[in-house]
Design a protein around this ligand. Structure first.
Ligand SMILES: [Fe+2]
Length: 293
């Protein structure tokens, strides 16, 4: 049995041990920073995105996908900014920038190539749909938050290394959830690493909060409660449907308080599962295709 960490490492030391720290492309980071300044013009955003043709192509494809239910197509990056607005283009740049990372295999969690991407897509679609069900005006931001929720696993994988089976056993024997086991064995859980990553990418606070508290929504601040609850419920749906599960499988706690706070009944969620699966499958094929581009 693995001994718990005696002296907790810092997140920095965990990141330092990681051979490849996930980062957003420079152009995506620049778009995030520029769009937080509302004085920026469509031309400037288009120019920045245009410096990274692969990223720009993914942003345009996403802009024209069913994601935003657009009734007109956008042909250029400038059109995308004018028609969709700065906030939406920022969200598209984050999604497009994160896809190449999310498609990677995550050995520590026994996730084959594409499994994290499938899981993340299901969280994105789930969080978006739950926000709509709760009549919240944060559906598209909830999509991005859901997509990013497990990004910390890419770094945690390195710390788990080949101890997954041992950690799963510890969880079962001690009656601990997998994030509790991560904290016991590694010193941090994947949501804390994800918070550190997304904060360093300057992502908007509600997204960082959703990444941080997606397994512990009761710990979120009131300001970010709704988006955190949407991602938490989406995570539950993804687990129930078995989308992109790794070795940690179903070993997470569900806080029914999240449903109550969102004003959604358990019956409503159960009856929405079929709809959720259809929405996920539609979105998965385009996200998968874009992640290869
Ligand atoms: Fe997670």
């Amino acid at each position: 049995m693995h001994n718990p960490v005696t002296t907790a490492p810092s997140i920095e030391s965990i990141l330092a041990r990681c051979p490849e720290i996930p980062s957003l492309p420079v152009a995506a980071t620049r778009v995030v920073e520029l769009t937080l300044n509302s004085d920026v013009g469509a031309n400037e955003i288009a120019q920045v995105l245009g410096q990274d043709p692969a990223l720009a192509a993914r942003v345009l494809r996403l802009a024209n996908s069913a994601f935003y239910g657009m009734n007109r197509q956008v042909a250029t990056l400038k059109d995308a900014v004018v028609v969709l607005g700065l906030k939406t283009v920022r969200e598209l740049a984050i999604v497009a920038g994160a896809l190449p990372w999310l498609k990677k295999p995550v050995k520590g969690y026994a996730l084959e190539p594409g499994a994290l991407l499938a899981h993340s897509t299901s969280l994105a679609v789930g969080a978006q749909n739950i926000a709509r069900m709760a009549r919240l005006k944060i559906a598209d931001q909830a999509y991005v938050a859901g997509l990013m929720a497990d990004i910390g696993k890419l770094v945690m994988s390195q710390s788990i290394d080949d101890r997954l089976a041992e950690m799963v056993t510890l969880g079962l024997e001690a009656g601990m959830t997998f994030d509790e086991v991560e904290r016991r064995v590694v010193g941090f859980d994947h949501s804390q690493i994800g918070e550190s990553l997304t904060h360093s990418w300057s992502l908007p606070d509600p997204i960082v909060a959703a990444v941080r508290f997606h397994h512990a929504p009761q710990e979120a601040t009131e300001e970010h409660q709704s988006i955190v609850d949407c991602v938490h419920v989406a995570d539950y749906l993804a687990m129930v449907c078995g989308f992109g599960l790794g070795g940690d499988g179903l070993s997470y706690a569900f806080d029914e308080g999240a449903l109550m706070r969102l004003g959604i009944s358990a019956d409503t969620i159960d009856s929405a599962v079929d709809e959720f699966v259809i929405a996920f499958e539609a979105q998965e094929s385009i996200i998968k295709e874009l992640s290869q581009a």
